[in-house]
Design a binder for this molecule. Structure first.
Ligand code: PEP
Ligand code: MG
Length: 587
């Protein structure tokens, strides 16, 4: 059978590049929770108690298995471990006398069906209820409910072997969807990649795959009808390609790609301590984006000159209570201490749309991406905001800090925050709390098109700019950045986005304030020459991208390309623009 299939022609699928890198191996088909089928069996009244007891026992067994995973997750370092830890806690809650288990028991009694069928029906009902919610965070929890359902059915049917435990070496896991908890079980020494047909490049699963260094691609659902267990496969997470049954020529090409990637990585480590200065002497600041205080170590390891974006909202997520001022102070202080004298830019709470914390009591409006979020939310929840500012100001006594405001759209917002900041500072001083003599610089994110177009006015009120190209692209082009259905239109190299970046950079330069780019394009070395050509001299990115961008800077002669920037921004044809940007990258 295998021989017959191996004579079938090579198939190349192009999808979304969710995590970079190249992996080769054999297809390992994994059935995800929502694909599971169970048989419904009618039971007599005399067996109802027995079935109800079975589900309780199954829940206890599933809970033991999740506990095992929790122990494994604790061994993972950094954001992957924390992310998975929170999820597994949620699974445990659902497995212990929750609405799900009670619902299953009730269904067994009223519908007289077996426990497996009752679980699947209850999960289906809950999934429907979640899907209809306007709250995108809750809607995304459907997958967690399904995952718990799958674990319950496994425990009921006795099929308790975790298929992921017994994967052969060099497996490429192929699944319709794959939960972050499953990802926790993947051993990067055994697994070479992950292919799914559902999800976005910003999903938890993609984040965990990136943390584990596993290439991941999201492809068309048709792929599942074509891939078979054991098929030879190559996954290229850097360009979003998946190749089934590669020919000898493709195999050889990828062998060359892999060895050149490994060589590049070794070469990059040599420039870790080299200053990021262009060939003609322009010094560029390379900074790190972090979500959790524990990531500061990775920033230092990658040679970051500071933190250009600390997404403080992650301290508020996956918890039922708000972090106290002291807790926030300690988390920020940890980053400041780890950065050892390098500047830490702390962004105030950027919640709303896809970023929600239960404890914040956010009520998503009709369009959460355009609603009460980010700085608008902070200004409407004064107590919460004062607490965060107090924590930041206290921590600022320990090392250089900047305060960054998300989703600013008017100068009034900046003025209002400055007033609040001065008030908080004087209150702290009156109470004898140590804070720096000079207030930290107050900057704004340029990530709303209106803010970019009003950048000159905002520059007059701000101490620095950080251009958030992720949201700037989303809002300029009206493309939801986490929706795979419109991902083909998500393009920061759109003339409108580039012009807004350039306009903001020029406004900052005229006002004499520093400007950085901290969206994903900052970590894309093909964009580095153009961004520098716009006059941007600070780039903030995930620590893993810093050395690659630095290499590009060391090779660049900035004076030679500056005169050509106008050609790029006056080009309105997207295809010609793309090739111009590519030309720039080759400069
Ligand atoms: C951005 O929008 O570009 C940005 C850096 O912020 P976030 O990705 O957290 O929205
Ligand atoms: Mg943003």
């Amino acid at each position: 059978m295998k021989n017959k299939r191996s004579r079938e022609p090579e198939r190349v699928f192009t999808g979304l590049a969710a995590a970079a890198g190249v992996g080769t191996g054999r297809v390992y088909l994994y059935e995800s929770a929502s694909d599971m089928r169970v048989q419904e069996v009618r039971i007599p009244t005399s067996k109802v108690r027995f079935e109800q007891h079975r589900i309780l026992e199954a829940a206890a067994r599933a809970s033991d298995r999740v506990e095992g995973l929790q122990n494994e997750a604790r061994k993972l370092s950094g954001p992957a471990g924390e992310e998975i830890g929170y999820l597994l806690d949620a699974y445990q809650q659902m497995l212990s006398g929750s609405r799900l288990i009670r619902g299953v028991q009730k269904r067994i009694a009223t519908e007289h069906i077996n426990a497996e069928a009752a679980v699947m029906k209850e999960v289906g009902l809950m999934a429907e209820a979640f899907a209809s919610m306007e709250d995108t965070y809750l809607a995304a929890r459907i997958d967690d409910v399904r995952e718990v359902g799958r674990r319950l059915v496994e425990a009921l049917t006795g099929e308790t072997d975790e298929p992921l435990d017994r994967m052969p070496q060099n497996s490429v896991v192929v699944a319709r969807q794959f939960s972050p908890a499953d990802t926790a079980q993947l051993d990067p020494n055994i697994v070479s990649g992950l292919v799914t047909t559902v999800g976005g490049v910003e999903s938890h699963t993609a984040i965990v795959a990136r943390s584990l260094g596993l290439p991941a691609v999201i492809v068309e659902p048709e792929f599942l009808n074509i891939a078979r267990n054991g098929d030879e496969i190559i996954i290229d997470g850097s360009v979003g390609a998946v190749i089934l049954r590669p020919t000898a020529a493709t195999r050889a090409r990828y062998r060359r790609i892999r060895s050149s990637l490994a060589k590049d990585q070794r070469a990059l480590l040599k420039i870790k301590s080299v200053p990021a200065v262009t060939r003609d002497g322009f010094a560029i600041k390379l900074l790190a984006n972090i979500e959790l205080p524990t990531e500061a170590d990775a920033a230092v390891d990658a040679g970051a000159e500071g933190i250009g974006l600390f997404r403080s909202e992650f301290m508020f997520m996956n918890r039922d209570t708000l972090p106290s001022e002291q807790e926030q102070f300690e988390a920020i202080s940890r980053v400041i201490k780890d950065m050892n004298g390098r500047t830490v830019t702390i962004r105030t709470l950027d919640v709303g749309a896809d970023k929600l914390g239960h404890a914040l009591g956010l009520k998503p409006g009709p369009n959460p991406a355009l609603g009460l979020r980010a700085i608008r939310f902070s200004l409407s929840k004064r107590r919460l905001f004062l607490t965060q500012l107090s924590a930041i100001l206290r921590a600022a006594a320990l090392g250089p800090v900047r305060i960054l405001l998300p989703m600013v759209c008017t100068v009034e917002e900046v003025r209002e925050v400055r007033k609040v900041l001065i008030k908080v500072a004087s209150r702290l001083k009156r109470s004898g709390v140590k804070i720096p003599d000079q207030l930290p610089p107050l900057g704004v994110m340029i990530e709303i098109p209106g803010a970019a177009l009003a950048a000159d006015a905002l520059a007059a009120e701000s101490d620095f700019f950080a251009i958030g190209t992720n949201d700037l692209t989303q809002y300029t082009l009206a493309i939801d950045r986490a929706d795979e259905q419109v991902a083909y239109l998500y393009n920061p190299i759109h003339p409108a986005v580039l012009r807004l970046i350039q306009f903001s950079a020029e406004a900052a330069a005229s006002a004499g304030i520093p400007v950085s780019v901290c969206g994903e394009v900052a970590g894309d070395d093909r964009m580095t020459p153009l961004l520098l050509g716009f006059g941007i001299s600070e780039l903030s990115m995930a620590p893993a991208h810093i050395l690659k961008v630095k290499k590009r800077i060391l090779e660049l002669n900035l004076s030679a390309i500056s005169g050509r920037v106008r050609r790029v921004t006056s080009e309105s044809d997207p295809a010609r623009l793309k090739s111009l940007v590519a030309e720039f990258a080759e400069s």
